[in-house]
Design a protein. Sequence first.
Length: 105
Amino acid sequence: MLARRFYSCSVAVNCGCLKVFVYVFMMWHCGTTYFTAGSFDKLRSAYVKCIKVFLGYTQFYSVAAMLTELNLQKFDSLIDKCRNDFQRQIYGCDNDIVQHFVRPM
């Protein structure tokens, strides 16, 4: 859906849109969900496939070259960043209910 909607936009706009969409999805799901190794691999391949489809790369284009050209993060570093950001937001929250679940008495 996003690829058809943003087809005529520049690469910079498409990269920005993809970063926002992926970051929000990863931040909330990877911070609150525990993945098995198989589902983690499927998520990694979906991340690469979305980038290729959304930005018009061929199926056989190198992932490392593509991420370097677009200045995007690798999947593993993105997951680590999202988990750290989520934990920082949860532990920094002043809400009493959230603090009850984060820091049990």
